[in-house]
Design a protein around this ligand. Sequence first.
Ligand SMILES: [Zn+2]
Ligand SMILES: [Zn+2]
Ligand SMILES: [Zn+2]
Length: 96
Amino acid sequence: MQQEVKHRKCTHCDYQTTYKSIMDRHINSVHFGKKSHKCTLCDYQTARKYYLTDHMNCKHLGIRKYKCNQCDYQAAQKGAFTKHINSVHFSMKEHK
Ligand SMILES: [Zn+2]
Ligand SMILES: [Zn+2]
Ligand SMILES: [Zn+2]
């Protein structure tokens, strides 16, 4: 028997499933859905501090150091910008 059914247990609650995709969805919707980082200046909320910092810089401080030349995306942090390029643009096709 090569295919062994693995039981995945949520690290945040008692939820269990055999499928990773379902577990990911569970964690994202149930646990990461708790957007703990809230902007103090507007209604923006995010589960990641990283995004909140970027939001603050972009929306409220006007710091937009990185502008995508392929879409309207702008970021204040190089990390966020690199991630955008990689996930949005590089995932389509490799650039030569
Ligand atoms: Zn859970
Ligand atoms: Zn805000
Ligand atoms: Zn872009």
